[in-house]
Design a protein around this ligand. Structure first.
Ligand code: 13P
Ligand code: SF4
Length: 304
């Protein structure tokens, strides 16, 4: 904190001068999460909050697809991305041509794309989803077959929750969550009887099957707050436990976690520079933004 304090003070001063708000994902490091964020949340919460921003500037502390989503939903705002290289293995796994291939393979089936996609992929999709509403969105789709892209593990987890649909998926995965194994979870449960295990649904289904609860990052936070387990293992990105541990001193967080190299590209230094120099402005071609907005807005409307 001693190292972070001057950056936090400078960023908060500059935010007030420029009229900027910081939207930060739950995977940001604690200095960003607690020090400079105006809003924190999961992907769905951040998308909804982006529509409500009144300030002129949004600083997106998260990855590139999140900044694009903010720009798509609130195009009059300047959206700053402190590091344009902060990508996502899921967003990189599919293009609009991939969506066209899936449509050709399964004619007439609606395409539900995870928000972890580029604006062009969203534009080629019928609707978006996040990990907090995927089952609800898929269940609301017409017809027997639903195409889910690009996360094969999220799709397979949703398939268990929505057995009335035949779900077909793209072969993408999150590099953070696909690395956990069921044995990791079983070992920690054996070593810590009474441990509660909470997984993100980007984990493979055999990992989710070993967990006591699976949900989006916001749902994980809610679950911990509600259940207040004595010991908890969050099978997700490392900053999650770090960010919520202060609010839950009665919970001991233990077990392995994985770092997202993309999320960890966002640092206080880069946020300060971006806000100072106004570099890293995210633009989305209006011809792509319009259909992409339709797909995201449909999701928001269905999630209410
Ligand atoms: P949520 O915060 O929506 O659960 O998503 C997790 C994630 O991996 C975002 O990149
Ligand atoms: Fe993408 Fe996974 Fe990183 Fe989220 S945690 S940004 S899904 S690579």
């Amino acid at each position: 904190w001693a190292m972070a304090a001057p950056y936090v003070a400078a960023i908060n001063r500059l935010k007030a001068e420029r009229g900027a708000v910081v939207l930060a994902h739950n995977y940001m490091t604690p200095d960003i999460y607690h020090g400079i964020a105006d809003v924190v949340g999961d992907s769905l919460q951040l998308a909804i909050e982006a529509t409500r921003v009144d300030a002129d500037i949004i600083v997106q502390c998260g990855v590139h697809f999140m900044a694009e989503t903010s720009k798509i939903l609130n195009p009059a705002k300047t959206v700053l991305m402190p590091d344009m290289e902060a990508g996502c293995s899921l967003a990189e796994s599919i293009t609009a041509e991939g969506i066209a291939q899936m449509r050709a393979q399964y004619p007439g089936a609606p395409v539900v794309s995870y928000v972890n996609t580029t604006a062009a992929v969203k534009a080629a999709s019928d609707i978006c989803c996040t990990s907090s509403n995927a089952a609800q969105i898929v269940a609301a789709m017409p017809g027997d077959t639903v195409i889910m892209t690009p996360d094969k593990w999220l799709a397979q987890n949703v398939a268990k929750q929505v057995p009335q649909k035949r779900i077909v998926w793209w072969d993408g995965a999150c590099i953070v969550h696909e690395r956990f194994t069921p044995q990791d979870l079983r070992d920690f449960r054996d070593w810590h009887p009474g441990l509660k295990i909470i997984a993100h649904p980007e984990c493979p289904p055999d990992v989710v099957a070993e967990a006591d609860f699976a949900g989006s990052t916001a749902h994980i936070i809610d679950w911990v707050g509600r259940e207040r387990p004595r010991q908890a293992m969050l099978v997700t990105e490392c900053s999650m436990a770090a960010n919520i541990s202060d609010a839950h001193p009665e919970v001991e967080f233990l077990g392995p976690c994985n770092m997202c190299p993309h999320m960890k590209k966002i640092t206080l230094e880069k946020v300060l520079w971006s806000l100072h120099s106004m570099t890293g402005q995210v633009e989305v071609d209006p011809a792509v933004a319009a259909p992409a907005r339709r797909a995201v807005q449909r999701m928001i409307d269905l999630s209410r």
